[in-house]
Structure formats: C-alpha cells, structure tokens
Design a protein around this ligand. Structure first.
Ligand code: GLV
Ligand code: MN
Ligand code: MN
Length: 396
C-alpha cells in the first residue's frame, strides 16, 4: 500500500509505466529498503536491479526471487509488485530471525516487464537471458517516440554492470494468478509448471482520408472500417482455437476527426496458446483473414510479427520445492500453467526457474480494481520463503 502511492490513480490502481518518474520513485524506495536489510544493490545497463544478502557460502551463486515494479497504464497494486515485495518480506523475515542461508539470497526488479510503454513485454529479463541485445532494448520507442535508453539515463537507472553479468543459480517468482481458477477452486497456491506461448504483431491499415459528408459510401477507402472487420476476424481466431486467446488491445485512428473518413489505423495483435503447433495455426488463420478484408474495403495494410515468446516449462526440481513449501504451510494448492507472460519465462532459459501464484479477486488483473487479500499475499510470501529455503538446504 505504501508503494502503491507511487503512481496512484483516482480509481485505486497504479499508473507506473516503466522508466517513468513514478518508476524512479518506487525504485529508490526499493533500494533503500534493501539497503536497510544489509543488502548490496546493483543495477545493470538496462536498469534491472539486484539486491543481494550474503549467505554462509560465498563460493556459490545467489538464489534469486524477483518480478517487476512497473505497471499497465490502468494497472493494479499487485501484478509484479507482489513478487518483488513478497521477496522483500521473505528476506526481511530471514534477517529478523537471524537466519543465515547457505547461498546468498537476491531480490531482482526486472525493467519493463509489462511491454505497455515499450514493446515487447519481458524486455529486460529478455536482455539478461540473451534473447535481446541491450542496444535493441535502448532503441525501443514509446508511442511518443521517446527511447527507453534515454529514459533510463534520465531517471538515473542505467547501471554500469553488463546485462547478464550479475549471476544467480535459480529464480522463484511470486505473482498473482491474473485469472479465476484458484479463486473458483478455493485454492490458496498455484504451483506453476510453465507459461503459454505468446506472439505479438503490429498492423497498419491505409485507406484514404476524405470528407464524410461528400464521399458516397461505395467510394470510400475507410481504414477504420477495415480494421474493425480485422478485429472481428482476430477474435474469431481465438474462438476457433480455444483455450487459445487472440486480442487487439491498442488502436490508433488517424486523423481521428468526426467528419473525416479515417485514412490510417494502427493496431496491435496478441495471440497466445500453450501449444506452439496450435499457435502456428492461429498465426496462419490471422494472416489469411487480413488480405481478403483489405481488398473488400479497398485499403492496403502492412503486418509485422514483432515478438515471439515460445511456451516454457519450468524446472521440475524447483516446482517440487514450491509444492513442498505449500504443503509445509498447510495451504491447498494445484498445479497450473500461466496465461500471462512473466520474466520467469525468459529467465528459465538461463537458470532453473519457477513461479508461485496466489488468487486475485474475480480473476481480474490489468485493471485498477485488481485485488488480493493480505492473507493471500502473506501466503504467497510464506511459500516463496519455504521454497527458497528448501532449495537452499540442498546446497549445504
Ligand atoms: C504481461 O503482463 C503479459 O502477459 O502481457
Ligand atoms: Mn506481471
Ligand atoms: Mn502485467
């Protein structure tokens, strides 16, 4: 609730776009809290933050816990934030109890998980994992043409460490489920086994601007009408490939004037499915629908896939630590796959990784009304700590 003030919205949510002034405020807060616990805080070149508490052994790599502190433009208080602050709580508990782990323990705040201001999502955990170059990240532009690299510099979080140079041996990410399953089944903990595949596309439809009063219906080249039909077709791609999902979330209409037939529309497409082969089919169906719609509406279009994050399976030995951690604390749990993307999906490429889910009210997320009870947050932090210590015990 304290950090939720950084970017608080009137409707009770948070607008804390990555690498904004609000993001700087929460980063400064996080750094101070970690330092109070005796952690050393380091920042890499893409702004990822690493807070480390030494263990009994300095010859082995830290065990990491982490997530993200950036939010959607109308985000809630828990998406990402719980994973960082839950980790802080777990570490605080260890410090207060005077508990010394075998391995050093690390908390990570990943830059630009949301991908809302700068596409794609999970950008800087992606850089850490070698999926993207730092230069690619720096050059990402928001819709106003501002570059991520310049913003990192401006808020003072372009660190000196090379991305990927600050190492850890494993990572646990605590997160709200962002879906309705745990709540529906009255389960406290989701033991996350993987993340579904995700692909993002950008489409620009070009028609012709003309006078709405003087241009007869049959002579129009209406880019917005064509885009509307494309959006309908994209929805049908999702419906035809359940449990796959297909969404258009961002749309810009030009010139956006009430008496001009729209001449250009930009929109984004987000396709997801747990099975890559089905995702291929969804992509094919989406791509085959567009030309026909464009021809009928007498417009042209350009379409580009800008991101492909394949389906991920988490490390079985860490998944087991989470299951044990939930059982140890007496929480009802179930295994599940993640519908949302997470930094853990990229980190799984370079270190054993897994996730822990807790319920959120009505399964609602990416919404200012996002809500998880104090009891559920505490349960998540407890299982995070239990899982971390179980794993740490195997390193004695
Ligand atoms: C990240 O929040 C995503 O799943 O798009
Ligand atoms: Mn998140
Ligand atoms: Mn999110």
């Amino acid at each position: 609730m304290e950090t939720a003030q950084f970017g608080a919205t009137p409707k009770g949510g948070i607008k804390r776009l990555t690498v904004s002034d609000e993001d700087k405020r929460v980063r400064d807060w996080f750094k101070t809290e970690c330092e109070k616990l005796g952690c050393k805080v380091e920042v890499d070149e893409v702004g990822n933050m690493f807070a480390t508490r030494p263990g009994k052994r300095d010859d082995i790599l830290p065990i990491a816990m982490g997530s993200h502190l950036d939010t959607q433009p109308t985000g809630g208080k828990f998406d990402g934030v719980l994973g960082v602050l839950g980790a802080l709580e777990a570490l605080r508990t260890m410090v207060e109890m005077g508990y010394q782990s075998n391995a050093p323990v690390m908390i990570v705040n990943w830059t630009n998980e949301e991908g809302s201001r700068f596409a794609p999502a999970m950008l800087c955990s992606g850089v850490y994992a070698g999926v993207f170059t730092p230069e690619f990240a720096f050059s990402r532009e928001d819709r106003a043409g501002i570059k991520l690299g310049d913003e990192l510099q401006r808020i003072g979080y372009k660190g000196t460490h090379k991305a990927g140079a600050i190492k850890f041996s494993a990572m646990f990410e605590l997160h709200i489920e962002q879906g309705p399953i745990l709540e529906a089944e009255s389960k406290m903990i989701g033991i996350v086994t993987g993340v579904q595949g995700m692909r993002w596309y950008e489409v620009t439809v070009t028609g012709q601007e003309s006078h709405t009063g003087a241009t007869p219906m049959l002579l129009r080249k209406n880019a917005l009408l064509a885009a509307a039909r494309m959006i309908e077709a994209i929805d049908q791609v999702g419906m035809a490939h359940l449990p796959g999902v297909a969404s258009v979330g961002l749309i810009e209409n030009k010139p956006n004037s009430r008496n001009v037939v729209p001449g250009e529309v930009f929109f984004t497409v987000d396709l997801r499915h747990p099975d890559e082969a089905v995702l291929d089919k969804m992509e094919k169906a989406f791509r085959s629908a567009l030309p026909k719609i464009a021809a009928e509406a007498k417009v042209t279009f350009e379409e580009k896939r800008i991101w492909n994050s394949p389906a991920v399976k988490f490390a079985p030995e860490l998944v087991k630590c989470v299951a044990q951690g939930a059982a140890q604390a007496g929480f009802k749990s179930r295994e599940m796959a993640s519908g949302a993307g997470h930094d853990a999906a990229y980190i799984a490429r370079v270190a054993p990784t897994t996730m822990i889910f807790v319920p959120c009210l009505g399964g609602i997320s990416h919404n200012e009304a996002e809500s998880t009870t104090q009891e559920e947050c505490a349960a998540g932090a407890q299982v995070l700590l239990n899982a971390l210590l179980t794993h740490d015990a195997s390193l004695a």
